[in-house]
Design a protein around this ligand. Structure first.
Ligand code: NAD
Length: 424
């Protein structure tokens, strides 16, 4: 099948590379010329395990990129929409990218005779497809849903760091629409996947994405809360989490306490759902608490550093880890950023290292010292803060230096000599 994908970011590019590997002919469309150029030059604009090899194999035979939406839409049968839906100040999502891309796609569809399906992968609050996406596409294309125009909500569940793995082995595929023909078109595309395919209406598909992320974020804040209590009582939170996770009704995943969740999804999605519920006159107390606990975790980490160092001013601190999790270059909403800001305000002397996150953070904090390796940062500092669970941090020689771990990096018997964990 010929597929076009609007928005070649973390979601769009993985979808594109995955579908191209399955044998489809895929073209990515992005407004960012540099990104488009990089993809056509076989250089992935983001870091994701396995992506570089795949792109080198697939470009230009089955995968290309362009800024020309018209061409891409006219030459394809399905367009996936993967543009950003960032947060506004009170948590509601900005839909301007979504609105614009729907208008642009609709205008192209006006001149297309053959039927076309638009599949929304961007995360949008329940009601968006019904009240914005479909009306905009209908108005600009002059077509009606189900009559030459298909629209399906196909939420994305990938985890950055193992996104390609998730593409090829999804737990489930959700297809939401009021138009069965659009759902069937996408089912054809996904026939090789063995997972359950759940058919829903628009709102259910939109809400499944939010409820899934809210559940995962809740598990993290829950174990952080338990961890904060355990820390005060001298109880090993990791043992507690292990014991709790062995209950099959609970499961072991997302029960690692630490400095809290970040990334482009959990904080944004929980805030958006909370905001939507407030708009509807319902105060979602669990969601509020999930965000509150999460906001406090970096402060707890800073407290530990202050308790160890006393006054932070002028102290030499190695800060290992910038990305919100390991195996990605994504620093969006990373807890490291709020910790860096606090250290900068208190005039600490920072030596920063991350295997993938430095370029993005350097644009935010160009004046700071970035080391070439974790060891170099550690050697220059009097205390070490670990903020991302990169496996290579286990191999650094810490000597006698105090290591404060926000990510539970070490097994209990392999910890550095002088060591403190945020919740353990
Ligand atoms: P991103 O910022 O990495 O990518 C978005 C891309 O869209 C950018 O490259 C941008 O230039 C492009 N774009 C914006 N307007 C455009 C237009 N009119 N035409 C063409 N391209 C345009 O974002 P992302 O992380 O890939 O997330 C995309 C969506 O998927 C968001 O709604 C996000 O919430 C959701 N999502 C993200 C993840 C994740 O792990 N990153 C997982 C699941 C869902």
């Amino acid at each position: 099948m010929n597929i076009s994908i609007s928005g070649a970011g973390y979601v769009g590019l993985i979808q594109a590379a995955g579908l191209a590997k399955l044998g489809h002919k895929v073209v990515c469309v992005d407004v960012d010329r540099e990104k488009v150029q990089k993809i056509n030059d076989k250089k992935p604009p983001i870091y994701e395990k396995g992506l570089k090899t795949l792109i080198q194999r697939l470009v230009p035979k089955r995968l290309t990129a362009t800024t020309n939406l018209r061409d891409a839409v006219l030459k394809s049968q399905i367009t996936f929409v993967c543009v950003g839906t960032p947060s506004m100040i009170h948590g509601e999502i900005k839909l301007h990218q979504m609105q614009k891309i729907c208008e642009d796609i609709g205008q192209v569809l006006r001149e297309k005779k053959a039927p076309h399906v638009v599949a929304i992968k961007s995360t949008v609050v329940p009601g968006t497809c019904q009240t914005i996406v479909v009306p905009t596409l209908e108005r600009t294309s002059g077509k009606k849903l189900g009559d030459g125009l298909g629209v399906t909500m196909n939420p994305e569940f990938l985890r950055e760091g193992s996104a390609l793995e998730d593409f090829f082995s999804p737990d489930r595929i959700v297809l939401g629409s009021s138009d069965q023909k659009s759902i069937d078109a996408l089912k054809t595309l996904y026939t090789s996947f063995k997972c359950p395919i759940l058919e829903t209406n628009f709102g259910e598909a939109e809400m499944i994405k939010y409820a899934s992320n809210a559940m995962l974020a809740t598990k993290i804040s829950f174990i952080n809360e338990i961890g904060n209590i355990c820390k005060k009582m001298g109880i090993d939170t990791n043992k507690v989490a292990k014991g709790v996770g062995l209950d099959y009704r609970i499961g072991p995943h997302f029960l690692r306490s630490g400095i809290g969740f970040g990334g482009s999804c959990f904080p944004k999605d929980v805030s958006a759902l909370l905001h939507k519920s407030l708009e509807l006159g319902y105060h979602a107390r669990i969601l509020r608490a999930v965000l509150d606990v999460n906001k406090d975790q970096p402060l707890k980490f800073l407290e530990l550093v202050e308790n160890t160092l006393g006054n932070i001013k002028g102290k030499r601190i190695a800060l290992l880890g910038l990305t919100f999790k390991a195996e990605t270059d994504d620093v969006r909403e990373s807890p490291s950023l709020s910790i860096i800001k606090e250290f900068v305000m208190q005039q600490a002397q920072l030596y920063i290292f991350d295997p993938m996150g430095i370029p993005a953070v350097r644009t935010l904090f160009p004046q700071l010292n970035y080391a070439k390796s974790a060891q170099e940062a550690v050697d220059k500092a009097e205390i070490v803060c670990i903020l991302t669970e990169w496996p290579e941090f286990k191999k650094v020689g810490y000597g006698e230096k105090m290591v404060i771990d926000g990510k539970n990096v070490f097994e209990t018997d392999k910890r550095p000599k002088n060591y403190q964990g945020i919740c353990w």
